[in-house]
Design a protein around this ligand. Sequence first.
Ligand code: E4P
Length: 228
Amino acid sequence: MEIFIDSANITEIEKWLKMGVIDGVTTNPSIMFKDGVYDAEAGAREISALVNPRPLSVEVTTNDLDEMLTQAQTFASWGSNIVVKIPQITQDGIPCYGVIRRLQSEEIKVNATAALSLGQVMLAAKAGATYISIFAGRVADEGGNAPEVISNSVDWLEHWKFKSKIIVGSIRSVGDVLSAAMTGAHIITIPPQFLDKMADHKYSRDTVRQFVDDAKKALEMMEKARGT
Ligand code: E4P
């Protein structure tokens, strides 16, 4: 299973990259805005160069299918590792699978984003998406069963030998991460604050504190015995 970081914050991306725990980066226009990346091209180019050859997902910002295609082609030219996020449908419900198919034929990798159902996953896989992002938190917002959608999607892709990989996003807690991992997600994209929470544990801190304290005491005893 791979872990991506769901962020446009360079400091956080660099921090987790150096620790060797992230395999890629996902963004969307809201994440870029929240992280103060107002110039999408400059931000994407900087992240792309930092994480290359790991993938960086950058999302189109239009509902017009022709413009979506042009944006995607432009974004892909910003870095060899850029994956373009195309939504399943526009805000008016028009399917975007034709754009995905066209980009796939041009060898531009697509992350078919904002998937909330198995039906959408099936269509995105058929259209040739490299990645399909299931938004676990948003599935749950509507009373849906995110683990079931994830597990059915992974089973269906594997049964029919599709190459598309499921990215689970819209993570709202460490519990969401663990649940997605145990449900068979190929990739989970995690906001930095939950990576910090995953690493931390009160009893691990207490355990390390005990070892450090006892090592100090042992050193004191040794120095006392030597008369130093
Ligand atoms: C990741 O690819 C998604 O864009 C992101 O996780 C969405 O999260 P949200 O539902 O909290 O906006």
